[in-house]
Write a protein that binds this ligand. Structure first.
Ligand SMILES: [Zn+2]
Length: 248
């Protein structure tokens, strides 16, 4: 037996480099696969939240580009009728035109986040300009609601070191969205498409991206009750982004 074993080892010995190479390749493939799985859901920058790691069946619905007279009140009504809350990332200068919509949102227990004052691409401006814009939006939201936001969603989902620094100075945490939960509703792709983009990949801790402003959001308004009903039947709860972040 010993003789057979040592013979096998001797036979195998010339190929040890090949075997080692194959093993290293396998380990590398497993690690690559795992990092792919993470990157499909969101980035890894520790200063940005794309989703929350939780086992609790909760998701955060978010709405950008409001308040918008023809859609935000309808969306608030649908959410409250379904006992759901959400987070609205609002544009500061639009808040000035419709402060009463934000006050209603606060009464309905919604969370309000900062989406800049004038929907600028923060990545193409200086630190001073970014901070000035973010603080101006914070002030507009505070004047309307009495509440200073703590969350920022950057327009177009862009960011760089300057943007992250500006957010830190304005005491705002950057929140994006789960990469599988981008409805792209701004392009009016059809109610069914919006519904299926949310439902086909949803998982606990996801942050879903909708828009309540920019232009006519009738498709979003029609998709929302279908999404709320389906997810509730699957046992999901709807929470604000800040509530979701406490579940990790
Ligand atoms: Zn936007």
């Amino acid at each position: 037996m010993t003789g057979f074993f040592s013979l096998s080892v001797r036979r195998f010995y010339p190929y040890w480099k090949v075997v080692l190479a194959v093993l290293l390749l396998l380990v590398g493939m497993v690690q690559w696969h795992q990092s792919e799985a993470v990157s499909l859901r969101g980035g890894t920058n520790p200063h940005i939240t794309w989703y929350v790691k939780t086992t609790q069946k909760a998701v955060a619905l978010t709405f950008d580009d409001g308040p918008w007279k023809s859609s935000t009140p309808k969306i608030l009504h649908i959410l409250t009728a379904n006992h759901a809350v959400a987070t609205f990332f609002v544009i500061g200068q639009q808040v000035l035109g419709d402060p009463q919509i934000l006050r209603q949102a606060i009464r309905d227990k919604m969370e309000i986040g900062n989406h800049t004052y004038s929907h600028i691409n923060l990545s193409s401006h200086s630190l001073f300009e970014d901070v000035t814009d973010l603080k101006k939006a914070n002030q507009a939201i505070k004047n309307a609601t009495g509440i200073t936001p703590t969350l920022l969603r950057t327009p177009y989902g862009t960011y760089n070191g300057t943007v992250l620094k500006a957010a830190q100075i304005a005491h705002l945490h950057v929140v994006m969205w789960s990469w599988t939960e981008d409805t792209r509703d701004w392009s009016n792709p059809g109610v069914e498409t919006i519904v299926s983009r949310v439902l086909s990949h949803i998982q606990p801790g996801d942050i879903v991206l909708f828009h309540d402003g920019g232009s006519n959001r009738q498709q979003t308004i029609e998709a929302l009750p279908i999404i709320l009903n389906d997810l509730r039947l699957r046992g999901y709860r709807f929470v604000t982004v800040s509530q979701l972040m406490k579940m990790q």
